[in-house]
Write a protein that binds this ligand. Sequence first.
Ligand SMILES: N[C@@H](CCC(=O)N[C@@H](CS)C(=O)NCC(=O)O)C(=O)O
Length: 221
Amino acid sequence: MSDFIVHTVPGSPFGRSALIALEEKGALYRIEAVAPSGLKVAPHVTRHPFGRVPVLEHGSFVLYETQAIIRYIDRVVPNPALMPANAQAAARMDQVMNVNDWYLFQGANNIITFQRIVLPRLLGGIPDEAAIASAMPRAHQVLDELSRLLADQPYFAGGAFSLADVVVGAQLDMLSQLPEWAPLTAANPNLVSWLRRVTARPSFVATTWERVAAMARAQAA
Ligand SMILES: N[C@@H](CCC(=O)N[C@@H](CS)C(=O)NCC(=O)O)C(=O)O
């Protein structure tokens, strides 16, 4: 019996963050796949009034917004901890999670990875090269800043893997599949080796687009 249900569109990096957190904890969960056409209509909007994914169900408790979801998972399944106890390390984690949501996703990934991957793969569209080109200065700025914040530490909050690595890892794993990745990281080799390290974790390996789609199909059968 699953303790948690995650409503997500397979491939969603925000949805993947929730799944990575559950995998890191060794928690039992089930995926309820939401079709892109089902995001803005019932029953999904009864769980998420803004029509996005992920949504977490834990018994009768229903929660949307990825940061709230993964912090909740860390609190109800405390081991291994994914939030640092040290105040400065925790503040750095929080900062990087907000950089992820406000600057990496908004204005960079929601254009570049949407146009190159999500649009052709899920919606049958053709990438808008002008839109991608216009998002590149923002993407350069964000990757340079993430590289500066990471510096020579193993993880964003210091020595231990945290929720910051979960959310940025889910976003950058998608970006790293694109031709834009090489120019974006030419001056940021620390980000490249950090991404290689986090995506080798079993939690990332278990939650690739293909693995999540296969899990959702198997669980629906
Ligand atoms: N602030 C939300 C953002 C979630 C989000 O934007 N999810 C994307 C998929 S990665 C989505 O549902 N997009 C559907 C849409 O924008 O209509 C969170 O942190 O959960």
